[in-house]
Design a protein around this ligand. Structure first.
Ligand SMILES: N[C@@H](CCC(=O)N[C@@H](CS)C(=O)NCC(=O)O)C(=O)O
Length: 397
């Protein structure tokens, strides 16, 4: 509890770094009414919380004085985003003109490589990875980090599964959260403005941070996994090659083919803005699953008989499908357990010790069912289904 005088909280300080106490105080002031407002105090890095009692007079008075005042309805909030360094909450995801869910293009696109003149060289202990166990994109990077033996070289922070109006947080009330060692951030968004004070965009995981340059190297999972399987090779502790030269083109093509209809396709079903957009996404998704079911009936992995990055990219969506996407995103034509080859493939990868170690079904379910109030207003997490991921996978022969 904050012990400063109440009046000081009316326009209290920075919530991002210095004023943790006031954030903790909020429930005391709002009395559960959700009538506190957010304001911009003119500083691009720091937002000001002003706590207003349920009074229109006070609200009106402040509207004269501040350029951004907005009432906030907790139950409708869908995370948030930055506009030129200012944090705003959002009620809905962005949609394309045809009402389909639009995923933002990642902003930080530098590369860790081995070449002598590279700004970002692979070095033990230099990089830090911010992930969510729940997120399929971040999960890719966690898996590749394990498979390549980079756990000792690249440290990690894990966010809380619930993504609310402050975005991802490092709230340690969940014992599996790993806090931020770089700036001791309370929310992941602080990492973004630390790297770029006028950042515009959503605050997503994964994020690869460079301790030496004190900045974000990259926040695009596909590029991060490629760095881990190639750029970090010099310091990787395992011999594995998830992107052999002769397969690179095929791997890229497979990742492309899986991305839009499947990885992003489940989100396009779940966050469709119209029946037509949902119908299209649904058909595209199940056509693609049928295609890969067929491919995996003829070969063990996505690109033949070698485990590659493309398998990891397919795996993270398959793992979440039956417990989450089938119900929450209305992807209910078939479950993965109805597909012989896809389900065997899912179990085989799940049973690899490096992969199993970084699968966290509790975080996955709590995140999706708890963080999308427009889809699941009460946040109730289904208890099923039973997944049997440890059953024999039958992929050896
Ligand atoms: N293109 C990104 C997408 C990452 C992404 O969308 N992550 C989601 C979690 S599943 C996120 O952090 N969303 C937070 C938000 O949009 O506010 C990647 O593949 O790395």
């Amino acid at each position: 509890m904050c012990d400063a005088a109440d009046t000081e909280h009316m326009f209290c300080k920075c919530v991002q770094r210095t004023c943790k106490t006031c954030v903790q105080c909020l429930p005391r002031f709002t009395g559960g009414n959700n009538v506190f407002i957010w304001m911009d105090d003119g500083c691009v890095n720091h937002l000001v919380y002003a706590v207003i009692w349920n009074s229109n007079d006070v609200l009106h008075q402040h509207r004269q004085n501040y350029k951004t005042i907005r009432l906030r309805e907790d139950t409708e909030v869908m995370g948030g985003l930055f506009r030129e360094g200012q944090w705003i909450t959002a009620k809905e995801w962005e949609h394309d003109k045809d009402n389909s869910f639009k995923r933002q293009v990642s902003s930080f696109r530098d590369t860790v490589t081995d070449s002598t003149d590279a700004k970002f060289q692979p070095e033990d202990g230099r990089y830090h990875l911010y992930v969510s166990y729940a997120c399929p994109w971040a999960h890719r990077t966690l898996i590749v980090r394990e498979l390549m033996g980079l756990e000792e070289s690249i440290s990690i922070s894990v966010v809380h599964p619930y993504m609310g109006d402050d975005g991802w947080s490092f709230d340690t009330s969940d014992s599996e959260v790993i806090p931020d060692p770089i700036i001791e951030a309370e929310f992941l968004r602080s990492i973004y403005v630390e790297a770029k004070s006028d950042y515009t965009g959503r605050v997503t995981v994964p994020v690869l941070w460079d301790r030496k340059e004190h900045t974000i190297v990259n926040n695009e999972s596909r590029e991060i996994i490629r760095m881990m399987s190639k750029g970090f090779d010099r310091i990787a502790r395992r011999e594995r090659n998830l992107c052999p030269e002769h397969l690179e083109e095929q791997i890229d093509k497979a990742i492309d083919e899986i991305y839009e209809p499947i990885n992003n396709g489940v989100y396009k079903c779940g966050f469709a803005g119209s029946q037509e957009a949902y119908n299209t996404a649904f058909k595209t998704l199940f056509d693609a699953l049928d295609h890969w079911e067929d491919v995996l009936g003829k070969q063990r992995y996505v690109c033949g008989d070698t485990l590659t990055e493309a398998d990891v990219c397919l795996f993270t969506t398959l793992l979440r499908f039956d417990p989450v996407y089938y119900v929450h995103f209305k992807c209910n034509k078939k479950a993965i357990s109805d597909y012989k080859n896809l389900s065997g493939f899912l179990r085989e990868l799940y049973q690899m010790p490096e992969i199993k170690k970084v699968c966290n079904m509790d975080h996955i379910k709590r995140h999706y069912y708890g963080s999308h109030p427009q889809l699941n207003p009460k946040g109730i997490v289904p208890l099923g289904p039973e997944l049997h991921l440890d059953a024999p996978h039958g992929r050896d022969s």
